[in-house]
Ligand binder design. Structure first.
Ligand code: NDP
Length: 310
């Protein structure tokens, strides 16, 4: 079993920033990239709100820059996913899906959050055949076609706008009579002639012989004027929020009911000495790359102080 002073799990902005800070303080951390190297940001296109890039930057390029910066300061990056942990005593132990095991004196959890699905059996049936939770990854396949995006938040509006640049028509299926997204994102959607917003609609199923060909939707479900009908679509995109990737830490660290790791005050301390959480796995509120990066820096500073005090 390998041992490291500081183990970082996750390769989004939080993980890489923690690695940069830890590396610069001489800790030579080991970072495991997980299932989605570069994290959630790699599923978007252009990042316009990360400070320092007045013209915006391609998300993959930003993450690649962060990775190189982490490596430059001595971080060793490995490409497996953590599947089990034992945080009952120091050194902390972590098992990975490549059948390796690591022990560490300190741990920074930066495992992020994953996209949620509606829970329809048709989502599983058509996954990869018309169902997607990442417009940037899969939008290309729907050029000049008709797609639907589910959700009313910033992600849904961003995905709908992105897809409108490729597809011939985009339905935005919103369960409430209003959008939850920020004003600027709402305006972008509402002013786009290719996007039709279906307020107060729910999706109850998908159909199609060879992949998705349409969705069964319900307007004002349970109301006197309820109406059920079908829309013809080629792609069905989910944008209804995320689930924090905290399951393997839940026996040890405290989480809220959704699974977001609870930390002490506005620090990244989990309550277990030497175990810190940073980024979206511990952030139900902001979920922004720059916020995640900042919390990664805080976690590395805390880890460095913890290790120096032992
Ligand atoms: P949100 O939680 O903000 O929104 C989720 C949306 O999905 C809501 O409209 C919600 O409806 C809807 N929804 C949830 N469950 C279901 C369901 N079962 N059926 C139908 N609809 C459902 O998530 P986002 O991913 O949009 O955003 C997360 C955070 O990230 C936010 O803070 C957001 O501001 C931020 N963000 C910022 C961006 C930027 O600044 N560029 C880009 C993307 C995200 P309801 O309103 O009814 O609950």
């Amino acid at each position: 079993m390998d041992h490291t002073q500081l183990l970082i799990i996750g390769s989004g902005p939080a993980g890489y920033t923690a690695a940069i800070y830890a590396g610069r303080s001489g800790l030579t951390p080991v970072l495991y990239e997980g299932l989605q190297p570069g994290g959630q940001l790699t599923t978007t296109t252009e990042v316009e709100n990360f400070p320092g890039f007045p013209e915006g930057i391609d998300a993959n390029e930003l993450m690649d820059n962060l990775r190189q910066q982490a490596e430059r300061f001595g971080c060793e990056i490995r490409s497996a996913s953590a599947v089990k942990t034992d945080l009952s005593a120091v050194p902390y132990r972590v098992w990975f899906d490549d059948d390796t095991e690591m022990s560490a004196d300190a741990l920074i959890i930066c495992t992020g959050a994953s996209a949620k699905y509606l829970g329809l059996s048709d989502e599983d049936k058509y996954r990869g055949q018309g169902v997607s939770a990442c417009a940037t990854c899969d939008g290309f396949f729907y050029r000049k076609k008709t797609v639907a995006v589910v959700g009313g938040g910033d992600t849904a509006c961003e995905e709908a706008s992105y897809l409108a640049g490729l597809a011939s028509k985009v339905y935005l299926i919103v369960r409430k009579p209003y959008l939850r997204a920020t004003q600027i994102m709402q305006e972008r959607v509402l002013n786009n002639p290719k996007i039709e917003v279906l307020f107060e609609h729910n999706t109850v199923g998908l159909f199609g012989e060879n992949g998705v060909e349409g969705a069964h939707v319900v307007y004002r479900k349970g109301e006197a004027d309820e109406r059920r009908y079908d829309i013809a679509i080629d792609g069905f995109f989910l944008a209804i929020g995320h689930k924090p990737n905290s399951d393997i830490f839940r026996p040890w660290v405290k989480t809220d009911e959704t699974g977001y790791i609870l930390t002490e005050g506005d620090s990244p301390r989990t309550g277990i000495p030497g175990v810190f959480a940073a980024g979206d796995v511990a952030d139900p509120h902001y979920r922004q790359a720059v916020v995640a990066a900042g919390s990664g820096a805080k976690a590395a500073i805390e880890a460095e102080r913890y290790l120096a005090s032992r």
